[in-house]
Design a protein around this ligand. Structure first.
Ligand SMILES: O=C(O)CCC(=O)C(=O)O
Length: 295
């Protein structure tokens, strides 16, 4: 769907100016959008996982640990796929104002793709280098967007999310180094073209929400403060956008590609052509013969 088509649907929570600003700049900051009741529930569950991480000595599929993590002084870098691990995260991602925001920016049909709870621990929580997301999980279009929620107040010292305005409309960079090794970040030589000095750093009180498009160049600095920075991120895509299944982190997470609003249209656009597509056979395979003979 084009921005004009999306804008023709009545918005749920955003103003038309906010929707247009997202299409023009590739990102939004929505101060204190999440209410206290949700925040308290999510914080309590997040704290349970920090407790669990004390027993973890090595990063695994669930907990990504910073060097120096110990059971006495946990330093969690990320809880991967929180939606897979607790119904509160699931309910929040599938059934809260986040889906309204996604609908306002993607149109009436919305799928959940994945989630993560990024921490930047106090006194040096690591930087996230400048990158774009679409290379990690390519789709049939560039609709995917990520909605972040700051679970605590975040200021400049804490490594807030920085986004280069308008970069979503520019080049898609190679996130490999010169030898072809995947480094997941834009090469230093290409950063001259990006000009991260123009980045807008999104910060605010607990409950503030960030949105960025999958092509927006973004990153964040180390957390130099004595405070931990928790940022809960969930990615959504338009209902007619499909992951290229064998690339990157597509296909990971138990709830990947769950429809959270509207319906999955029976067409998609590939290389600029509209394709009426077959239904999902993952519930059981039927051969072309059987389907044509209507057995
Ligand atoms: O946590 C952050 O500041 C940035 C997160 C991010 O870009 C990512 O996890 O891909």
């Amino acid at each position: 769907m084009t921005p004009t088509e999306i804008l023709s649907y009545a918005p749920r929570v955003l103003s038309q100016a906010q929707r247009q600003a997202y299409f023009d700049t590739g990102y939004l900051l929505l101060p204190e959008l999440i209410d206290k009741a949700w925040l308290e529930k999510i914080r309590a569950v997040a704290a349970e996982f920090v407790e669990q991480s004390r027993a973890c000595v090595k990063s695994d599929e669930k907990f990504d640990l910073e060097p120096g993590h110990t059971s006495a002084a946990p330093k969690l870098r990320r809880l991967s796929f929180p939606v897979d691990h607790h119904e509160v995260f699931r309910e929040f991602a599938f059934n809260s104002v986040l889906v309204d925001v996604a609908e306002d920016l993607l149109g009436p049909n919305v799928c959940y793709h994945h989630s993560k709870l990024n921490y930047k621990w106090s006194h040096g929580g690591e930087e996230i280098k400048w990158h774009q997301d679409i290379q990690y999980w390519p789709h049939t279009d560039f609709s995917p967007l990520t909605i972040g929620v700051y679970l605590d107040d975040v200021d400049d010292e804490m490594g807030p999310m920085g986004i280069v305005p308008g970069s979503h409309l520019g080049p898609l960079y190679n996130l490999q180094d010169e030898s072809g090794r995947w480094i997941g970040a834009i090469r230093d030589a290409d950063l001259k073209q990006v000009d991260p000095s123009t980045a807008d750093y999104l910060k605010g009180p607990a409950g503030s929400v960030t949105v960025h498009n999958c092509c927006s160049v973004h990153g964040s600095s180390p957390n130099l403060s004595p405070r931990v920075r928790p940022l809960l991120l969930q990615t959504y895509v338009a209902g007619d956008s499909f992951p290229l299944q064998t690339i990157g982190t597509n296909g990971l997470g138990r709830y990947a590609n769950t429809l959270v609003r509207g319906a999955r249209p029976d067409t998609t656009t590939i290389d600029g052509r509209r394709v009426p597509v077959a239904p999902d056979y993952s519930g059981g395979y039927i051969s072309i013969m059987a389907v044509q003979q209507t057995e």
